[in-house]
Design a protein around this ligand. Sequence first.
Ligand SMILES: C[S@@+](CC[C@H](N)C(=O)[O-])C[C@H]1O[C@@H](n2cnc3c(N)ncnc32)[C@H](O)[C@@H]1O
Length: 269
Amino acid sequence: MTISELDETVKNWQLPEDGTLLDRIEKMILPAVIEGRFLASPTATVCGLQYHLGGAQDTAELASLAAITANDSVLDVCCYLGGPAIQLAQSFGCRVTGVDLFERFTIAASRIAELARLSDLIDFRVGNATNLPFADGQFSVVWSQCALHHDEGWLKEFHRVLAQSGRLAITFDIRRENPDKHSPKWRLQDIITILQELGYSVDHAEDITERDIEIGWKALDSKLSERENEFAAVLGKDWVRYAHQEFAKEIKRMRQGRWGNGRIVAKKL
Ligand SMILES: C[S@@+](CC[C@H](N)C(=O)[O-])C[C@H]1O[C@@H](n2cnc3c(N)ncnc32)[C@H](O)[C@@H]1O
């Protein structure tokens, strides 16, 4: 779909009446998500508005660990459709800037923020995590879920745009005890060491793999079962079967110690 076709699609979005704001947004965007207008993997399709394991619960937990308040100015790197940005602005009244490599996501995210009446707190920019289009020390919080590339250049850029005494709040995949050729490069301890060398105090570092099996993969599998008809109507029953298999495969790989997830909250000294 071209950008002007996407523009047309999002212009026609209207928020349904009932439910929480996040549920209403999810319902509004689901047809476009299922049609593959954004990212088309089974995980992305079933995740919907928040494309990381644990969805809104993960966002709420990370916000609590990072002690987000209304005074914060948060940068969400790799913001996708802006679900976490919406949740943070709505929950805390903080300012949030989302940045993503792809314009199609920032166009959709901006329209979602407009319909949620949160445009005065949130804006979205196209940009690359390796060369963020922001001034040094501009944000009190740099935030990123499930997107960190194992590349020190990313962490250096996060550090550059973070204010003195600001907090870094990130979740990411990690290497674990039984890696294979598909496993991520860095263990949790590798990321802690890099951050300490950059000049952070690492206040919270946790392996959240077990949690992500439960509130991540198993929750996605349940959501897929509950909405099976909606997914199958567009993508077919074979796709639904394939998606269940993919989620089961990732649970198995996590349990085998092939990979996992971690989170860190650290303060820039
Ligand atoms: C797994 S999604 C994470 C989505 C989002 N953080 C969330 O929790 O909903 C990864 C996102 O990173 C974006 N991305 C990938 N490489 C990037 C880069 N170099 N700079 C900025 N964004 C990037 C992708 O476009 C995608 O939206």
